[in-house]
Design a protein around this ligand. Sequence first.
Ligand code: PAF
Length: 282
Amino acid sequence: MDVFSEIRPLKAFLSQEKKELNSIGFVPTMGALHKGHLSLIEASRSENRLTVCSIFVNPAQFNNPADLARYPRTLEKDKLLLEKAKCNVLFCPDTAQMYSSQSRVIFDFGELDKTMEGYYRPGHFSGVALVVSKLLNIVTPDRAYFGQKDYQQFKIIEKLVDDLKFDVSLRCMPIIREPDGLAMSSRNARLTQVQRNKAPVFYQSLEEAKSLLRHGDSMKNVRALIAGKMERMGDVKLEYLELADTTNLTPTENVSDNTVLLIAGYVGEIRLIDNLLMKDED
Ligand code: PAF
């Protein structure tokens, strides 16, 4: 695997690959890689001649400095995992490379970045859009791969790519779960054993909510039931549970195959998110 920490040599390398008409798949990450990320690498490898992964913990998307400081950083282990997954190129810049000048660019996606994650993490999606724009400009991939776990993020990136006319195809890949249903996330590494045992409640709640809604229960009742259940567990707190339209993420009360349930909350101090499509998988 070729490893680059600077933009210029990476671009020189990639332009040579482009001359040879090699298609480029791109998997942007913040590191602390797990099977979810590796499934993105695999998807990229199946569709492209060259797979580029980036690891960059982007300060601009953290609205909480403590969360940024505590975000797991495991570069050496990540490199081994990427080698094993046969990733071709790793781009791991430092903050000075990515933010050589203080950026004042602010993105506004209207309602899309004001609800759910956008509401609870003000500025988060503007920071994501900024770094993804930079990365797409640097790597200029044919295809870019993201996880469905960050559903709202994917919708924002779709809008960004459409608005700014980035010449890239986006892929949203299914959530990879632990055997007990917990969605894989870099943040899971920070859970204590007791917290880890409680964490699957987020996925279980999505399944329960889906079933109750399908049987005609209202979102209001379902939300109250789930919030109460979490509170009784101790150390677990529901932040939001929403049913939203899959196209524009507008919250809705009307269950259909074009809706998605999205959940966020805390186990101890660790914030977890998850989602479940209302459409049954075939
Ligand atoms: O999903 C992530 O890991 C990050 O938000 C991303 C897309 C790599 C941007 O920093």
